[in-house]
Design a binder for this molecule. Structure first.
Ligand SMILES: CCCCC/C=C\C/C=C\C/C=C\C/C=C\CCCC(=O)SCCNC(=O)CCNC(=O)[C@H](O)C(C)(C)COP(=O)(O)OP(=O)(O)OC[C@H]1O[C@@H](n2cnc3c(N)ncnc32)[C@H](O)[C@@H]1OP(=O)(O)O
Length: 192
């Protein structure tokens, strides 16, 4: 539940059923791109979010808040926390539905400050699908899967064609993504 009065999802949806080839519960998900600020290991100050598939259309993610992530002294920057949710929700959509999608809207409730040194545990779940629109939400808890809630977020992801990414990426990055098998057109439900 968020403090927003808006119903969620805001439109009539169908159940978001994980793809038959979605990784099973317990699978540790790799980086989707090594230069990604959310999950990549080639970003010095990046969040290095790590995710594992949970039961029932969920993905559990974690990241350690470091001094590089501060807004106020000793506290995580709100925008970085929103970034962590963008990544966690995006991983949930990408890996469970296996549809290429981008964030159309991301709403975040900041419930408690998140201190440097804490680990944020994010549990994201698929909420529904309406055509190209995919609704997902997540809770973020402090220092344990059952710790106090620090944030809640909900997002609308919009399914796009692979050309959405190919248009801006260098040819080399696109080839690397394809070769990695993570975005190979044959493995993905590409066309919206
Ligand atoms: C990033 C991943 C790249 C790699 C991909 C390959 C492999 C991936 C593998 C695994 C994935 C794992 C992890 C991924 C982790 C993180 C992902 C991070 C995701 C991001 O960080 S990504 C960057 C930020 N993101 C953008 O950079 C988007 C900029 N934007 C646009 O590119 C367009 O804006 C677009 C495409 C969104 C829509 O454009 P469009 O022309 O295609 O479609 P249109 O406008 O018709 O919208 C269709 C329907 O969505 C509704 N709709 C749209 N926006 C709405 C809003 N804000 N509020 C309410 N409803 C909205 C419309 O109302 C309509 O609804 P209806 O159909 O009912 O009329």
């Amino acid at each position: 539940m968020t403090k927003s009065a808006q119903p969620w999802p805001p439109v009539e949806t169908e159940p978001a059923v994980p793809h038959p080839q979605a990784p099973p519960a317990g699978t540790k998900l790799g980086m989707h791109y090594e230069h990604c600020f959310g999950c990549g290991d080639q970003q010095d100050a990046g969040l290095r979010l790590r995710s594992t598939v949970g039961d029932g259309g969920t993905v559990h993610s974690q990241f350690l808040v470091t001094e590089a992530h501060q807004g106020a002294p000793g506290l995580a920057h709100g925008g970085l926390l929103a970034c962590a949710f963008d990544e966690a929700l995006g991983a949930t959509v990408g890996h469970l539905l296996r549809r290429p999608a981008v964030t159309g809207k991301l709403e975040t409730d900041f419930v408690q400050p998140v201190p440097v040194g804490s680990t944020l545990f994010i549990c994201a779940k698929l909420d529904g699908v309406a055509g190209r629109k995919i609704y997902v939400s997540a809770d973020g808890r402090l220092d344990a899967e059952d710790g106090p809630i620090a944030l809640r977020a909900r997002g609308l992801f919009v399914q796009v064609g692979f050309e959405h990414f190919a248009k801006h990426a260098g040819e080399e990055s696109v080839e690397r993504l394809k070769a990695s098998g993570r975005a190979a057109e044959r493995d993905w439900d590409i066309n919206p």
